[in-house]
Ligand binder design. Structure first.
Ligand SMILES: [Fe+2]
Length: 236
């Protein structure tokens, strides 16, 4: 990351907004030194104003423990998406809401399915049995009025981010769209950028697309390394 956008709109409050979510989820930014620099870049960007979600991974036998932990803390189940090419369940739980967004905090869990006929190799390589719930990725929300392709180029060329996917897109039948891209992993930890464009009724797209998730895991399969393991963060 070699340069910064010195937007006159940037404030310390923007940085704290990102930090507050991370702390509410129970993580310490000190465990992710490179994340601190990225949050500074995001807080100075007019295109990124909040964290969309944080996703964890765990062994299948810890699934119910994870769910109980967040349900006990007031989160509710938002949805479950199942992938086929890279079999797994992708679960989202949400808490709170803001005036212009249907949730304030979202945590995700990606967990292998005991009924799968084939292995999800990148997920299996990422999960460390006995390590508790590991943070797999943090997703930054891209404003609806931002040009995602231009932001992708800026993040690649000016921020120095290296992506493992291009911009992946999904469009639903009601006119809503989802755009996502993912950085190359460090160990098995990576960063996501996500833009949720509203449907004809003005409602932001709140879901995920299994095809995009499978495309992510295909890219992860090519890039994941078991040599450099990420910090393991136990929150449950
Ligand atoms: Fe995500």
């Amino acid at each position: 990351m070699d340069s910064m956008n010195n937007s006159p709109n940037s404030t310390e409050n923007d940085f704290d907004t990102f930090l507050d979510v991370i702390q509410r989820i129970g993580l310490s930014i000190d465990d992710y030194p490179s994340l601190h620099e990225l949050i500074i870049l995001c807080s100075k960007s007019k295109s990124i104003k909040k964290i969309d979600h944080l996703t964890f991974i765990c062994p299948p036998e810890d699934r119910e423990k994870f769910m109980s932990y967040w349900l006990d803390r007031g989160f509710s189940l938002h949805g479950i998406w199942k992938t086929e090419r890279y079999p797994a369940d992708h679960i989202a739980l949400v808490h709170g809401q803001t005036p212009d967004y249907p949730w304030s905090d979202m945590v995700g869990l990606t967990v292998g399915s005991s009924h799968a006929n084939s292995e999800n190799r990148p997920l299996s390589l990422s999960v460390h049995p006995g390590a508790g719930n590991q943070l797999q990725h943090i997703a930054f929300n891209v404003n609806v009025n931002a040009n995602f392709d231009a932001l992708y180029q800026e993040m690649s060329n000016k921020w120095g981010l290296r992506f493992m996917t291009p911009v992946l897109s999904y469009h639903d039948d009601n006119g809503a769209s989802l755009h996502q891209c993912f950085t190359r992993p460090v160990g098995s930890f990576f960063i996501e950028f996500i833009q949720r464009l509203p449907n004809r009724m003005g409602e932001p797209y709140g879901g995920f697309d299994p095809d995009i998730i499978d495309d992510l895991y295909e890219a992860l399969d090519e890039h994941i390394s078991i040599i450099s393991l990420p910090p393991e963060v136990r929150v449950a």
